[in-house]
Design a protein around this ligand. Structure first.
Ligand SMILES: [Zn+2]
Length: 347
């Protein structure tokens, strides 16, 4: 079935899960927001200094429709279009005031709420999908890819990162998100700062923490041992963290990252995994369409082929990141349901 909007490739198709495919124990995330947004807009997204966040201002209806695609595809939650949202960046690149920039971040939550309301009208259910506020790393604002290597961790003070994060977190919470996604965080110093910030300033908020990681399947993007880092971060604030894990990395790297992470732990860490499609992003290539920059899709195993293995390893939050479409969310959900049937877990 074609999604609303101008979707122009089969990847933009949305499949609807059947009613028996409703999951209770495993939480299904959405997919790559900018990726699905590309089904609704013609303007370039990747390469823009504001990335998909620009469309909060220029095309709010496309933002709503992208969220709706994920809900119709079976997501239990949607993540706001605020990964790259930031008061300073909005001021600079949209030529607006501090207040307008702050309000634009709040508008992202409103657009997500609008999508949920429309979805609930289409498919009434006692279970409302959650709205999760995306909090991308400080490095995402530098526009140099450093959220994927964490290089700024050794040159930027914790205070600078903290002050940079506060306005967006405040706007998201003020606008009423259910949860925060501290995501694509490449380094321990920023992760710990965010966890402590929650504890000190927003003690009622809940969040998940998700790292960007290295290509060795063992470390954070900045090079710290992943499992040790994840365990230490979780133990800093288990009451406010709903899960810890990995996003925006190739699916083939996930198993070695999470395997054994809860061995010998009295209180297991709830795990979250939302990889990208495994394609490589090439900043040198093309500048006018999304697809020119992503290469080697044909060499990647689809995300859903890994699902049962990850669930066996204890993952409870599962979805997709860059280059995963709404149709991938449906496929992931189907694998979750299959896994539950095989394991005789009551649906
Ligand atoms: Zn991503």
């Amino acid at each position: 079935m074609a999604p609303p909007g101008i979707g122009n490739s089969s990847q933009c198709d949305v499949e609807f899960p059947t009613s028996s495919e409703t999951s209770k124990n495993i939480v299904i995330l959405d997919g790559g927001f900018a990726t699905q947004l590309s089904c609704h807009v013609n303007d370039p997204i990747d390469g823009d200094v504001l990335w998909s966040a620009r469309f909060l201002s220029t095309n709010p209806e496309a933002v709503i429709n992208s969220h709706l695609d994920f809900l119709r595809a079976g997501a239990d939650l949607i993540i706001t279009n605020t990964y790259q949202a930031n008061v300073k960046l909005f001021k600079e690149h949209l030529n607006i005031t501090d207040k307008e920039a702050y309000d634009l971040i709040k508008k992202a939550v409103l657009l997500a709420k609008t999508a949920v309301a429309r979805y609930m009208e289409e498919f009434p259910s006692p279970r409302r999908p959650l709205i999760v506020g995306s909090v991308g790393p400080y490095g995402a604002s530098l526009h140099d890819g450093s959220e994927y290597n964490g290089s700024y961790a050794s040159t930027t003070s914790v205070d600078v990162m903290r002050e940079w994060h506060i306005p967006r977190i405040e706007a998201l919470l003020e606008a009423g998100v259910d949860l925060l996604a501290l995501e694509t965080i490449p380094c321990r110093v920023e992760a710990e700062m965010l966890i402590n910030l929650l504890k000190e300033r927003y003690p009622k908020a809940k969040a998940w923490l998700s790292f960007s990681v290295g290509t060795d399947g063992k470390t954070t993007a900045f090079g710290e041992p992943f499992q040790q880092t994840a365990r230490a971060c979780y133990d800093l604030n288990p009451n406010q963290l709903v899960a810890i894990g990995v996003n925006c990395t190739a699916p083939r790297l996930i198993e070695s990252l999470i395997s054994g992470i809860n061995d010998k732990r009295q209180k297991p860490i709830p795990l979250i995994v939302y990889p990208n499609s495994g394609e490589s992003y090439n900043v040198e290539m093309g500048d006018d369409t999304t697809s020119y920059r992503w290469i080697n899709r044909d060499k990647c195993e689809p995300v859903e082929t890994y699902v049962s293995k990850w669930l066996d390893l204890g993952v409870t939050y599962i979805g997709g990141c860059c280059r995963t479409f709404a149709i991938d969310v449906t496929r992931i959900k189907r694998e979750v349901e299959k896994w539950k049937l095989i394991r005789h877990i009551e649906i």
